[in-house]
Design a protein around this ligand. Structure first.
Ligand SMILES: [Zn+2]
Ligand SMILES: [Zn+2]
Length: 287
């Protein structure tokens, strides 16, 4: 049951591993680069080897890279779409160089053109990835989003269909399930029955074997609010009991977990990790 957090790469990529080690993380997630700018420069070979070495020494698994927020693989605007696909491929190249296990991406927004258009755009992007021989060392994971507006990817069945389509293109992809986003998108998960139903839905729509990473976040917004605002575990609208039920589920507790909870003080990450580990320890004893 690997548990870890999203750590900062400030000062150099390898420092993100040191930060994860300090928090006794088993798994970790980073941005491969500044997630808010388009500009891309390859990572220096010395930085790549330092990252790989530190990661190896730390024994961290899995290493997850999250793509830039700017990327819109569903974009109806040709220029924006091309830029997005280029940056996505560059990020995947970096992820493979660094030896990352997974590259997590959101699927963007087709604006008024709808889900069918989004799927065609994403398929074209994925075809480009396979054509360049990418996506074999690092597995691409589609993350479910909080929904709202014209964004694509809040519906688990849509993600599942895309995973299948990718397989037809010769690309083995998976899903990253974010608890806050699912709750905000309208998936109930507060009672035992609801958690049972949720896991069944995930299995039916995506397949549990395709869920490679879980983003554990409580939610500031209510069920169906479409609000992508993360909260500390147990302190949001999902609540501690729901996390206890979810993390104790036999199909869920062994999936690698990453916390993307707020970091306002240095105590925040240790506290959230303690809460999650406490639940997992108890559920293990009961097993
Ligand atoms: Zn997430
Ligand atoms: Zn989010």
């Amino acid at each position: 049951m690997p548990v870890g957090v999203h750590t900062s790469i400030a000062g150099g990529l390898a420092l993100s591993v040191d930060r994860a080690v300090e928090l006794a993380c088993d798994s970790m997630q980073i941005f491969g680069r500044n997630p808010r700018i388009w500009g891309f420069s390859p990572v220096a070979p010395s930085e790549v080897s330092l990252f790989r070495k530190r990661r190896e020494e730390a024994g961290i698994w899995p290493v997850v890279i999250h793509t830039a927020y700017l990327i819109n693989l569903s974009s109806p605007d040709e220029t924006n779409y091309r830029k997005s696909v280029d940056l996505f491929k560059n990020e995947l190249t970096t992820a493979e160089e660094l030896g990352a296990d997974y590259l997590v991406t959101h699927l963007g927004s087709p604006h008024e053109l709808g889900a069918g258009f989004a799927v065609r755009r994403i398929e074209e992007a994925l075809a480009g990835v396979t054509a360049e021989g990418l996506g074999k060392k690092t597995t691409i994971l589609f993350e479910n989003t909080a929904g709202g507006g014209s964004s694509f990817g809040s519906d688990l069945a849509g993600l599942g269909a895309l995973v299948e389509r990718a397989a037809e293109l010769g690309l083995s992809c998976g899903v990253c399930f974010d608890t806050c986003h699912a709750f905000a998108a309208g998936y109930p998960m507060r009672t035992y029955g609801e958690i049972k139903g949720l896991v069944k839905t995930i299995d039916g729509d995506v397949g549990l074997d395709k869920v490679k990473v879980i983003h554990l976040n409580d939610s500031k917004g209510d069920l169906g609010s479409n609000l992508d605002r993360h909260e500390h575990i147990g302190e949001g609208r999902i609540g501690l009991e729901a996390f206890r039920l979810f993390l104790s589920h036999p199909e869920i507790r062994d999936v690698p977990m990453i916390l993307e909870t707020p970091k306002k003080t240095p105590q925040d990450d240790p506290r959230n990790l303690r809460v999650v580990r406490g639940i997992l320890e108890k559920s293990k004893k009961k097993k």
